[in-house]
Design a protein around this ligand. Structure first.
Ligand code: PBG
Length: 326
């Protein structure tokens, strides 16, 4: 019988060494950005019930956490504040003694080389839980910009290395860039949440940060999950307004968007592997339904393969540890 013609793809999969040699995507500890929830009070390390393995940490316990993060080879953290006091205009976001400002000063003192990224938003600080100023039941765009600029400048004054505005008001990058420049922070970059969808995958975060909207939803400012072209319009505006880096969020259900943004723009692209994506794997692995390490590493690899240069992920410490082990 004549031999049929076909290609033997399995030649390159024959051994672990062969597979490693032809592997296209590699994860490194430097790829990961670890989110930290900073809570007021003392001696607090509250596990977030919907995110086992993730904690709200008080300022006095931050030191050990930072040591661990450094020892794992991670290079950056992103800070979220969980203040005791909230009000209608989110004062806690931009006061000098704000929880994130205090945490930033502590971290920069202890570990000057660790990059501190400040998430610039109001929802953790407003009593209504929205990301901007609410009037007549609607989140107002331009009045919110002023408060976001104040927040970004106070975060830079505290020593934040990178400003990451996540509020999805129009014009926030232009406003914040101008504000930072006028305050003398010409070289503090903006990592913009340029493409942020109104996603049900943020559910566990809202417990972690106590930031659920008290009425309505975020659909008038965050994007519709059904839209793809809109992502490019958002990213385009942010690049024109002066963004240095672009975030796509969430990650796992939005790999096509990560790839689109990677192909269209030449800035670093960061994917936010959000709380719900973490909780899905956690819950299944706690039930013994899934291999946590293998699944989490596959998820992170796929996000990087889709085009992300960096990944904000609650799995950062675990992944760095797993990489050290192998
Ligand atoms: C603040 C903010 C949110 C997240 C990051 N920054 C919540 C939201 O927009 O409701 C979600 C992150 C996550 O789910 O891990 N606006």
């Amino acid at each position: 019988m004549d031999q049929i013609q076909f290609k033997r793809h399995r030649r390159l999969r024959k051994s672990a060494a062969m597979r490693a040699m032809v592997r296209e995507t590699h994860l490194h500890a430097e790829d990961f950005i670890y989110p930290l929830f900073i809570v007021e009070g003392e001696n607090k390390r509250n596990e977030i019930s919907s995110m086992p393995g993730a904690f709200q940490i008080s300022l006095d316990l931050l030191k050990d956490e930072i040591d661990e993060i450094k020892n794992l080879g991670l290079k950056a953290v992103i800070l979220f504040g969980v203040p005791d006091e909230k009000d209608s205009c989110g004062t806690g976001a931009y006061i000098d003694e704000g929880i994130v400002q205090q945490a930033t000063r502590l971290i920069k003192e202890q570990a000057p080389e660790l990059l501190v990224i400040a998430d610039t938003c109001l929802c953790e600080y407003t009593d209504h839980g929205h990301c901007g100023v609410v009037e007549e039941g609607y989140v107002q765009n331009d009045p919110s910009l002023e408060l976001l600029v104040k927040t970004a400048v106070s975060q830079a004054e505290a020593g934040a290395d990178i400003i990451a505005p996540s509020n999805m008001m129009d014009g926030f990058v232009a406003a914040i860039r101008k504000g930072l420049d006028e305050a003398g922070f010409l070289e503090v970059p903006i990592m913009s949440y340029a493409v942020k969808y109104s996603s049900a995958f943020y559910g566990p975060f809202r417990e972690a940060a106590n930031s659920a909207p008290q009425f309505g939803d975020r659909k008038t400012y965050q994007m519709d999950p059904a839209n793809r072209l809109e992502a490019l319009r958002e990213a385009q505006s942010d690049m024109e307004e002066g963004a240095d880096m672009l975030i796509v969020k969430p990650a796992l259900s939005y790999l096509d968007i990560i790839r689109d943004v990677r192909n269209e723009f030449n800035a670093p692209v960061i994917a936010y592997n959000v709380s719900g994506e973490y909780s899905l794997i956690k819950a299944a692995s706690i039930n013994g339904w899934i291999d946590e390490k293998a699944t989490a590493m596959e998820m992170l690899t796929s996000i990087k393969r889709a085009g992300a240069d960096m990944i904000i992920t609650y799995y950062a410490k675990d992944a760095a540890r797993w990489l050290q082990e192998t």
